[in-house]
Design a protein around this ligand. Structure first.
Ligand code: PMP
Length: 454
């Protein structure tokens, strides 16, 4: 069989869409999704489709990751310069490279004081896999090989591989692909909008701490390696825990010698106003996983930061027999360094907080829309929780939420993202007040109109 090569640059959007349908499988593709939207260019908070239509990107490239916005020449130049100098050489065993070293030092400086060991990956799922293995290996090296259980939370998102996917607390991730990673246990999330149904009349933190203690007792405290959690749950719908949640979780884990992994794949590097969100929530993690914003998506890259003692323990003896071909990729590291330069220079963590204030103001009219259950904003991350019924708080069905985001895009040219029963907003941290106002007005218009039309 011969395949006629096509030049996608000269193909029409319809041709591209047809070819896509024939040859590409998308992440999260489903039978009901028949449309295709081919994105070909980006600049700042704008992207353009193959027909030349300009769209306002309120999702940060779709997946919370475009911190410095699209089309930054500085990052293209950093990548090009590094490719000319050295495109890649392994970091296995004794080999290393100057950019990976520089980035590890820089991350250690930004991270909480005693997390000075860094392991590089190509993305969030790999970072989480690495953290699970490191936690179990740490205990084994310390003479406690039975500590294999990992506790995660319902509604937590930790990735799509067999380890990280098992930790992820969304059912569709597990449909018909089992058996999953053994020794994973889920506990309830801090979800204040649903406090009555989840915790009855108990104080949410009391309930959650009690549940955690009971879970650890049931598994056997000497069998638990780690708990993993996002400081603020992202995919779960921007769920910020009560202020006493993480300090009390940490206290319980300390009592039993269990490690705490902060999954900061979404929250690290300024999205919620801090370089590491765990630091502003008194989480005191032993391991932090990152990806996404570390390069703003200009290169597939991630980093795991480990407490010194953990990093030392896992490299003892026969060592840490774990790694990816592209761990410590010099181009990724060079792009990450240039990306951090931009974020520091433009003080993007501070702008993330302003974005949050602008969204709170812009989305305020949603308080009167009967299909909106809750609006949660945490810096440049927001979730609009859609309900079928405000009284019962029954979640709106996903296809309806998907339909609303499609309407927001079709009518106003604003990209938002449906996830479960939430409309998620995670714009570039560079978004300005006018753009936030436009995005908010588009959302308010469509949600108000559709609710009125019943
Ligand atoms: N952890 C968290 C908190 C995430 O939000 C994600 C992705 N959304 C991941 C891990 C997995 O990252 P990746 O998709 O890069 O593998």
């Amino acid at each position: 069989m011969t395949i006629t090569p096509i030049r996608t640059q000269s193909a029409s959007s319809t041709e591209l869409e047809d070819l896509d349908r024939r040859h590409l499988i998308h992440p999260l593709q489903a039978a009901a999704i028949s449309d295709r939207l081919v994105i070909v260019r980006g600049k700042g908070c704008a992207v353009w489709d193959a027909d030349g239509n300009e769209l306002l990107d309120a999702t940060g490239g779709g997946l919370w990751h475009s911190h410095v916005g699209h089309g930054r020449r500085e990052l293209a130049e950093a990548a090009a310069k590094q490719i000319e100098q050295l495109e890649y050489f392994t970091s296995y065993q004794e080999f290393t490279n100057d950019k990976a070293i520089e980035l590890a030092v820089r991350l250690s400086g930004l991270a909480p004081a005693d997390l000075n060991k860094v392991f590089f990956t190509s993305g969030g799922s790999e970072s989480v896999e690495t953290a699970i293995k490191a936690a179990r290996l740490y205990h084994a090296r310390r003479g406690q090989p039975d500590r294999t259980w990992i506790i995660s939370r319902l509604y937590g998102y930790h990735g799509a591989n067999y380890g990280s996917g098992t930790l992820t607390g969304f059912e569709p991730m597990h449909l018909s692909v089992g058996p999953n990673l053994p020794h994973v246990e889920k506990v309830s999330p801090p979800y204040l909008y649903r406090a009555a149904e989840l915790y009855g009349d108990q104080d949410p933190t009391d309930f959650l701490i009690n549940e955690l203690e009971q879970t650890i007792e049931r598994l056997g405290p000497g069998n638990v390696a780690a708990m993993i959690g996002e400081p603020v749950m992202g995919g779960g719908g921007v769920l910020t825990p009560p202020a006493d949640y993480w300090p009390r979780v940490r206290e319980v884990l300390n009592k039993h010698g269990i490690l705490l992994i902060a999954d900061e794949v979404i929250t690290a590097f300024g999205r919620t106003g801090a370089w590491f969100d765990s630091a502003q929530r008194d989480m005191d993690p032993d391991i932090i996983t990152t990806a996404k914003g570390i390069t703003s998506g200009y290169f597939s890259f991630g980093a795991v930061l480990l407490r010194d003692g953990i990093g030392d323990a896992i490299t003892e003896d026969y060592g840490f027999f774990h790694g990816y071909t592209f761990s410590g990729h010099p181009v990724g590291a060079a792009v990450a360094l240039a990306n951090l330069d931009i974020m520091e220079r433009e003080d993007l963590p501070a702008n993330a907080l302003s974005i949050g204030d602008w969204f709170r103001a812009g989305l305020a009219p949603l308080a009167d829309v009967p299909t909106v259950g809750d609006v949660r904003v945490e810096g440049a991350a927001a979730a609009i929780e859609m309900v079928a019924d405000r009284q019962t708080r029954e979640p709106m069905a996903f296809p309806d939420v998907f339909g609303l985001t499609a309407q927001i895009r079709a009518k106003h040219g604003v990209i938002t993202r449906p996830y479960a029963h939430n409309i998620i907003l995670s714009p570039p941290l560079t978004m300005n007040e006018d753009e936030v106002r436009r995005a908010s007005a588009a959302i308010v218009d469509v949600l108000t109109q559709t609710a009125a039309n019943g």
